[in-house]
Design a protein around this ligand. Structure first.
Ligand SMILES: [Zn+2]
Length: 131
């Protein structure tokens, strides 16, 4: 490819990809839904036919995002509630345990969507892939 030629298709900037992920939409077209239910993803985008799961285990990386978000919120909540509001560890054990169970389930779709968006940002050949 000649470096002086403009790309054949405009590549969405990172903020667009993140915005589409937070709306649970296809990173390439922004129209197709990423999920059919809470946990079920279609194989391809209904609008542009982008294949979501590129390989078996592709979304394993999204667990790192989910874990990072959970750990970040948990740590922040602990410091605010324990050191800021003076709640004891005994008082915090069950609410924070419940948070550690509920939050990853609630964030599951967003973690996958963000993983796909970040992958599209760093490997933009995905966006041009027609397979
Ligand atoms: Zn699409």
């Amino acid at each position: 490819m000649n470096r002086d030629e403009p790309p054949s298709e405009p590549r969405p900037p990172l903020e667009t990809l993140i915005g589409r992920a937070l709306r649970l939409r296809c990173p390439r077209c922004g129209r197709g839904k990423l999920f059919l239910g809470w946990f079920r993803m279609p194989e391809r985008c209904s609008e542009c036919r982008l294949k979501y799961e590129r390989a078996p285990g592709y979304f394993l990386g999204s667990t790192y995002i989910n874990y990072g978000l959970t750990a970040g919120f948990l740590t922040t909540a602990y410091f605010v509630l324990h050191f800021g509001m003076g709640l004891s560890n005994r008082q915090l054990t069950w609410p924070l345990t419940a948070f550690c169970i509920a939050f990853p389930l609630a964030a599951f779709r967003y973690a996958r969507a963000l993983w796909l968006a970040l992958d599209c940002h760093f490997d933009q050949s995905i966006l041009a892939d027609e397979s």
